[in-house]
Design a protein around this ligand. Structure first.
Ligand code: NDP
Length: 283
């Protein structure tokens, strides 16, 4: 019988470590600050922005929000970002996705200075990740997944990692991170035939699809470590991409949903803000 990974406990510990770092920076007169741009009426996005605000407050990280209505144009958002790029008091810039449909997401994300790209979606940031450079921001969800896997002592070399999903936000970056650590990585997606023939070989299985319980017990290799990234709202409940309760009969460890990867995603954002503040002050 496998076990659910206690992500809450990992995050509590990591937050304590981060608070020590923030306090040390403040004692040197450096105040890490996150600027958040919300240009959407998406309810989930508003909740995520609220969670980020709360955690910034908890950590003593400054935060400024730009809440824009649907009359805003791409150039207006780019103008705000360009000012923030130049503003020395701002360590990191985050544009909450998705944006209003009429906005040009690529142009907006590309206008963020990669030195302040704490969400890690800038093409330069992703390119650096792809070539395996260390000095880059790792986008928050994949970084958080690695925090969990490292914390439980996961071995990567010689292991087969299978990632289901190939998005810019999760699937592609987590595949690169696992590859960098020495795992052999297979990426599956909606065009993959017979997905279970791949997932059944996975020592490390990452599900980032967005389909409730698409990964069933019979698709999991006995003894696997399973990371469930999915957040699916079904009949008022939040379900992962993995049928967790049955998966526990075969896997070794699994991240719960809720209370799993989502918790480390926000932590990673704040870690990136602190990293940005340090780099901008040559620390
Ligand atoms: P996307 O919709 O951008 O990507 C989903 C991926 O899954 C695509 O690559 C798609 O393939 C693939 N896919 C879709 N259907 C199938 C299928 N039937 N079989 C195999 N692959 C399939 O989603 P995201 O990557 O942004 O998010 C994935 C999930 O993770 C969502 O539930 C999201 O809410 C959650 N999430 C959770 C976060 C957290 O902090 N916990 C953060 C970010 C996301 P194709 O490319 O071929 O279309």
């Amino acid at each position: 019988m496998g076990e659910k990974i206690n992500v809450k406990e990992i995050v509590k510990r990591k937050k304590e470590e981060l608070k020590v770092e923030v306090d040390a920076l403040k004692s040197k007169g450096i105040n890490p600050k996150l600027a958040v741009i919300l240009a959407s009426e998406d309810e989930a996005s508003k909740i995520y922005v609220g969670k980020k605000r709360k955690m910034c407050e908890e950590m003593g990280i400054l935060q400024e929000e730009f809440i824009l209505d649907n009359t805003v144009q791409t150039q207006d958002v780019v103008d705000i970002i360009e000012k923030l790029n130049e503003d020395k008091s701002v360590s990191g810039i985050l544009v909450q996705l998705p944006l209003f449909k009429h906005l040009d997401m690529d142009r907006i994300l590309d206008s963020i200075s990669y030195k302040k790209d704490v969400d890690g979606f800038h093409p330069l940031t992703l390119g650096k990740l792809f070539i395996g450079e260390d000095e880059t921001f790792i986008s928050c969800t994949p970084k958080g997944i690695m925090t969990i896997l490292d914390d439980i002592g996961t071995e990567y070399e010689g292991k087969h990692a299978v990632v289901v999903g190939r998005s810019r936000i999760v699937g592609k970056p987590i595949s690169q991170l696992l590859l960098k650590r020495g795992a052999t990585v297979t990426i599956c997606h909606s065009k993959t035939k017979d997905i279970s023939s791949f997932t059944r070989q996975a020592d490390i299985l990452v599900a980032a699809v967005g389909r409730a319980h698409i990964i069933t017990k019979d698709m999991i290799k006995p003894g696997a470590i399973v990371v469930d990234v999915g957040i699916n709202r079904i009949d008022g409940k939040i379900l992962g991409d993995v049928d967790t309760e049955n998966a526990l009969e075969v896997c070794d460890k699994i991240t719960p949903v809720p209370g799993g990867v989502g918790l480390t995603t926000v932590l990673s954002l704040l870690e990136n803000v602190v990293q940005a503040a340090k780099e901008q002050n040559n620390i």
